[in-house]
Design a protein around this ligand. Sequence first.
Ligand SMILES: Cc1cc2nc3c(=O)[nH]c(=O)nc-3n(C[C@H](O)[C@H](O)[C@H](O)COP(=O)(O)O)c2cc1C
Length: 183
Amino acid sequence: MDALDLLVNRRSASRLAEPAPAGEALQNILHAAMRAPDHGTLQPWRFIIVENEGRERFANLLEQAARDSNLEQKAIDKAASAPFRAPMIITVVAHCEENAKVPQWEQLASASCAVMAMQMAAVAQGFNGIWRSGPWTDHPSVREAFGCREQDAIVGFLYLGTPQLKANTTVVAPDTAQFVSYF
Ligand SMILES: Cc1cc2nc3c(=O)[nH]c(=O)nc-3n(C[C@H](O)[C@H](O)[C@H](O)COP(=O)(O)O)c2cc1C
């Protein structure tokens, strides 16, 4: 796949089924993540792969978090079913360190770039996914389950799998004028 075509025409996919990326394809995705821009080579990221029984554990975690938050039954059910929207979820944690030259926001930016890189690497190999967040990224028990320390943040849950709907490949070229100026 042509790199420019990938960047200009990519779409996220929310309807995802088996197979999830595995083996070399998954390694390529993780390698792409590790090539995200990284000021000071801090490698400020952790990737926690959720698949198979891990999805059950994640579902139980979200269900309990929803119960603890006193949500209505409908919302509890929604939380419990969320992990089954794709065969694989990669939780991306910005693993931040105190650093004189690299403030926390830059480390969050690096981890976020890693999410995008993984999604692009997935698309390049015939998979796709969608970057999701939601209130669970900040929930104490979810943070704890994914190993977040005080200074860390979950920057997203990257849902990955094989897209079920063929994406519209003709993305309308955006009008860039209102977002771009020259200094
Ligand atoms: C940090 C971040 C969090 C996001 N969280 C969600 C989310 O929780 N649910 C969702 O439907 N889309 C979420 N999105 C947007 C999707 O990843 C996606 O970009 C959007 O559905 C538009 O589709 P497109 O990527 O094909 O343009 C998030 C994007 C970012 C960058």
